[in-house]
Write a protein that binds this ligand. Sequence first.
Ligand code: NAD
Length: 477
Amino acid sequence: MQLNYIANAGVPSSSGHLIPVIDPSDGKPFDELQRSNAQDIDAAVQAARQCLDAVWSKISAAERGRLLMKLSAKVAEHADELALIEQRDCGKPTKQARADALALVRYFEFYAGACDKLHGETLPYQDGYSVFTWREPHGVTGHIIPWNYPMQIFGRSVGGALAAGNVCVVKPSEDACLSLIRVAQLAAEVGFPPGALNIVTGYGHEVGDALARHEGIDHISFTGSPKVGTLIQQVAAERHCPVTLELGGKSPQIIFADADLDAALPVVINAIVQNAGQTCSAGSRLLVEQAIYEPLLERLGKTFANLRVGPAAMDLDIGPLIRQSQQQRVWDFLSDAHVASIPMVAQGQIVDEAPDTGYYQAPTLLRDVPVMHRLAQEEVFGPVLAAMSFRDEDHAVELANATRFGLVAGIWTRDGARQFRMAKRVKSGQVFINNYGAGGGVELPFGGVKSSGYGREKGFEALYGFTTLKTVAIRHG
Ligand code: NAD
């Protein structure tokens, strides 16, 4: 049974209730989580506040950096263990689970190095004055994490917040808590003071809501669906609490006829297949110039048909989806495609070893998806790629920008001038030319425009979001 982790100790929820932990590969429960409530959030916020006032605010930026570096090394030592935990909890194939653990190592390493490089400025003002700015932490930051990349999203969010001098209360997804509880234990082992990093598990509408409403939370970092993002904003607005929102996407991969297709196609496939398509920055729309639409779909279809789906531990191309309701969501989209007579080009195979009770979905390539159909507008959050063709550059831009999202875009062309034009005209937080990062590296600021959210995490830029700027003006004559 898993416990909350508050002030460096495992504690049960005051509710006395538990939530089963299900293995998506076979749909069977194998552990239990605390079903926490507002009282547990209050205990975590109090522990965090005490740590901030008594310890964390008094240690130097360099010392914070050393602690984060130790945590990075500790996570590296335990990377295999963490990957196995994540694999069972989230249904991730081994390669993906390991990549996530190593990304967590890298986030802590990056932010460890950044701690003592974050500073204010001196500003020119009137004669007889000295004016400067301080970058101050918000205080106690709240982090609401989704299930698709628990370790990675925790790393980018909590890593940045701690580096900037905040203390954290984390509410992981009820579908993916186990690795984060273990990381909090490792943080205690390397010397993080009690209360610097607290984990409280439970349902979003109960404990997530309590976290967002708590008066003692000074900033909220939310990664999740646009629907819940709206709720968080509304709740935070009541007390004018700053919020960073990392929401979904319907990111286009735009392929011009002059593109290097040998380079593009494996990346295009990976961008929708990775993590079974349950990636906010999945390249879920494929926009192809008319001249190469047919041959490209033929080539892509052959590869799709050979993709294999199975239990996470088999480490195939794709593992199961996270839960039954997610599987049902993908089925609903595919059934809508069928009703609208949207042609299917190809579908991968679910291997015989996959138990019927697991949440499997074969990767599916659809073509000629009408731009206003929900398959071209909404996140499926599954391995479904919606292809459509475009006439010219203007048409490509029109299609690329024709959703309410704007998270990431991939552009494939050898024409240098077009690369710049397209990068400027496409509305998204990140643009990749002749590559695609599905979120990009640890160093690269990440976040959206429009309904994909606002604020940036990752990179040095995130540290500005985890601080507030104080201007100090001294008149000395
Ligand atoms: P979700 O919005 O349902 O849940 C996200 C988190 O919010 C979970 O921890 C959940 O328990 C919590 N939550 C739910 N209701 C809440 C409430 N009323 N108050 C407070 N917290 C609440 O999303 P999900 O299903 O876990 O994740 C999938 C979504 O997340 C997709 O839309 C995806 O695109 C998005 N996502 C975005 C990014 C990004 O960086 N932009 C990254 C990963 C996932």
